[in-house]
Design a protein around this ligand. Sequence first.
Ligand code: FES
Length: 141
Amino acid sequence: MSGSPSASRRTVLRGAALTPVAGLGLAACSGGSGGGAPATPTAPVVLGAGSEVSRGGAQLYQDQNVVVSRAEDGSLKAFSSICTHAGCAINKLRGTTLVCPCHGSEFDAKTGKVLRAPATVPLHGLSVEEKDGKIVAGPGA
Ligand code: FES
């Protein structure tokens, strides 16, 4: 047993990398086709087949910036999918929850209500009807 020179004790901190959450760029806010802020329909627009929106479900129509949900009784509701926080076009629908890509606000597609800050104002309601099996949404409900 030789007195072994103890290796200097080194405290190795591994793994605890301070990696900031990446990929949360805000560039998406300036998107839109053809410039200008994203907008919701100013005239009635056909979104798609009524069968696309199941009872208790919702569908996001990104091109038109509209989200449509259907209650269990079959009635439809439509809202603008422009975030009320800073005007980003919402591009994600998880079940019936809309998630804004810019700062993470969440909205209920069935009621338009805010589920998660920073947004505080509910989504703007639109008129919606089912015509010949198609969903037609229009300006202000
Ligand atoms: S613009 Fe949607 S959370 Fe800020």
